[in-house]
Write a protein that binds this ligand. Structure first.
Ligand code: ASP
Length: 306
């Protein structure tokens, strides 16, 4: 099959302040350029997704890699998943603290392990055994996030509502990508530092297969961002691609998924979807969502308002 390449990415869905918009747009543009160049040269969808997500992990703007939100005890703890829609091969890591690019560790799991998912020090050991360098956790912690955590904990001690798990609109900056390559295969990836002030060891939706990420050539590729607990309870990524299998367009399925998230559990977030025909969908019920789309027809980058 000779398909036209498509790359659709997101950089979080939340109440993004005006002064954060340009940094998000720049980060999205860089990730889109890196991934799409590879697709044009014949790289696989998995390669392009990995590359696009890694660029956003390297960018402190986003809640992934260095610059991630911090746990209650001031550490960075990250989750990522990568899935190949051609053969359903999948790699996931969670609660990793010493990897600059968790999506690259997920790629190693996908390529080199009979298993699908590694956590914590076992994931780090696996990555190191396959050539990845480990870093010190403090290399991933930045002052902006220490300040953000301090404010969240101050509010908590003052008895103000728990912003983190009550569905706060201002803390969802996870990154993700879906791609279609020249051979007609699709893939998806999602990477996150999770939610602000999370308990150590907490895993969100982003890296759980079928929750924050999924890909199957027969249905669609999907990546989500948002309040992880409701997304997990609904296994929303798989729910959305199953809507495509049932005949919905990716755009319809994206909107239906976000409506379902809100109607069923009062959840909020954003979703991107892509099928093997190159049809795309995007929806969010947060005030803003950062996204980018590149096809042979051109490029679109936006921080959409609801
Ligand atoms: N979904 C992520 C989580 O709950 C957070 C995010 O999207 O930013 O871990």
């Amino acid at each position: 099959m000779n398909a036209q390449p498509v790359l659709l990415i997101h950089g979080g869905a939340w109440a993004m302040p005006d002064d954060a918009v340009t940094a998000h747009e720049n980060g999205i543009a860089n990730a889109l350029a890196a991934g799409y160049t590879m697709l044009e040269r014949g790289a696989s969808a998995v390669d392009a997704v990995e590359a696009a997500v890694a660029v956003m992990e390297d960018d402190e703007t986003f809640d992934a890699g260095r610059g991630s939100f911090l746990t209650q005890d001031g550490r960075v703890q990250m989750d990522a998943l990568l899935m190949n829609g051609e053969n359903l091969r999948t790699g996931g890591v969670a609660c990793v603290e010493r990897l600059r690019n968790p999506i690259r560790a997920a790629r190693l799991v996908l390529d080199k392990s009979p298993h699908v998912y590694f956590v914590g020090t076992g994931a780090e050991r696996f990555a190191r055994q396959h050539g990845m360098a480990l870093c010190d956790n403090m290399e991933l912690v930045i002052p902006r996030e220490q300040e953000r955590l301090y404010k969240a904990q101050e509010a908590e001690q003052a008895g103000l509502p728990d912003e983190t798990f009550s569905g706060s609109l201002d803390s969802h900056d996870t990154v993700g990508a879906v791609a279609l390559d020249l051979r007609g295969n699709i893939a998806a990836g999602t990477s996150t530092g999770g939610t602000l002030n999370k308990a150590p060891g907490r895993v969100g939706d982003s890296s759980l297969i079928g929750c924050g990420c999924y890909a199957d050539n027969l249905t669609a590729a999907v990546s989500l961002t948002g309040w992880g607990e409701p997304i997990m309870k609904l296994v929303l990524g798989k729910w959305a691609v199953d809507r495509v299998a049932a005949g919905a367009s990716p755009d319809e399925a994206a909107h239906e998924a976000i409506d379902y998230l809100f109607d069923r559990l009062g959840g909020h977030g954003g979703i991107i979807l892509l099928d093997a025909d190159g049809r795309v969908g995007l929806a969010h019920n947060t005030p803003r969502m950062a996204w980018g789309l590149r096809t042979p027809e051109g490029v679109g980058i936006g921080v959409t308002r609801n």
